[in-house]
Design a protein around this ligand. Sequence first.
Ligand SMILES: [Zn+2]
Length: 461
Amino acid sequence: MKQRQKHKGFSLGLLLVLLIFIGLGLWLYTKLDSPLFEKNAPTINLKESSYWNLSRPLEVEFLDDTGLKHIEVYMGDETNNIKIAEKTFTKGEKSYTLKVEFPKIGLSNKSDIFKLTAKATDISKWNFFAGNSSQKQSILTIDSQKPDVFSLITSYGITKGGVGLAIFKAEDKNLDQLYIETNFGKKFKPTKFYKDGYYAALIAWPITEKRFWAKVVAIDKAGNKTRARLSFFLKNKKYKKSYLKARDSFINGKILDLAEDSPALTENLSPTQKLDFVNRTYRDINDKVIKEITSKVDSNLISNFDIKPFYPLKNGKVVASYGDHRFYYYKEKNNVISEAYHLGLDLASIRMDDIKITNPGVVVFANYNGIYGNTLIIYHGLGFYTLYGHCSTILVKRGDLVKAGERVARTGASGLALGDHLHISMLVQGVFVRPAEWMDSKWIQTNITDVINGAKKMIDK
Ligand SMILES: [Zn+2]
């Protein structure tokens, strides 16, 4: 009896030990796959090459999915490599941005290029409790010099709704961004001009903007920024307001036809609402297509911008001017149902008259575009485009190079046009501008040709 009892006690103890082992095994099994033993090394956000202007501390970001234990940053030149910052964590932060200052002593100041090394370990128990570690290196360029920007020459004035030309110098050994900032949010892209370090840009003052200013902005890779104002004499211009009667024949004809281009958006609208839809919403959609196509500029260096006045129709009479603020009313003059700016010039002569081009260019669009009807857009360089709307026939296709004097299309009444005429628009980097300027040889001479030639003289001096 006694022996049996003893035996029973022994096997109970064995069972208990066995259960503890199984429990430990299960615990370890779950923990090996758990954060405590994870094998993911910390991430260090550091580019292979980086730039620093010394005006603010350099920031190095460290991340780890379970938690950081220790991070450090070294900086080195050809002979030394010194620790410039470190941090040990007690709570295992998952992300930390280490702010680094340039060391006051220990590194040579002969070169602007240094080696930056960042190291990190995490709180994982993996690697015999040492944790996972990572290391990343970067070639660091110290650059505290601002870009050099200098306005060489601009056209003397700019008219509201019109264009000015600016030629300037912008230099920096690590130049990153260069653009022209304006008070209305539009950024104009400059084109490399004539010789290294020089740029030219046509700049537009949109007709809808009361004020105008433009500044060249140059930013280098280290974040040094220079802004230089371009000076233009500002010429305000008043544009006409006109009140047009929306006749039923117009609404039931052209308007209903154009509203049918967007059946889902117009099916529940009344006839006068359809007019407003076509005149504003559809116009916006069509303008968006135009603005996108005409926003591009040359990426190559240009040495010239030789423009001749545009005379698209031989005996074209102006039937509507650029910039008219048109209000449509229905029945009573105070019942205005829609409004829009007329951002082109309407010329009329005989029906299906030949549209000729006086300046060479590349066809960038030759297609139907809503209220503009059959539309042709030609690029002439330096961000400048001409558009021909309401055509009956287009004689060229996208990608064609057109020569001066070439017949490119025939006038018509496609789109939102009552009679056969040409609607010509001119655009600078997606902004509609005054065609009158580009049809005036004196304006072109003073504001474009003389500016280009003057700049070249200054550059060659
Ligand atoms: Zn028009």
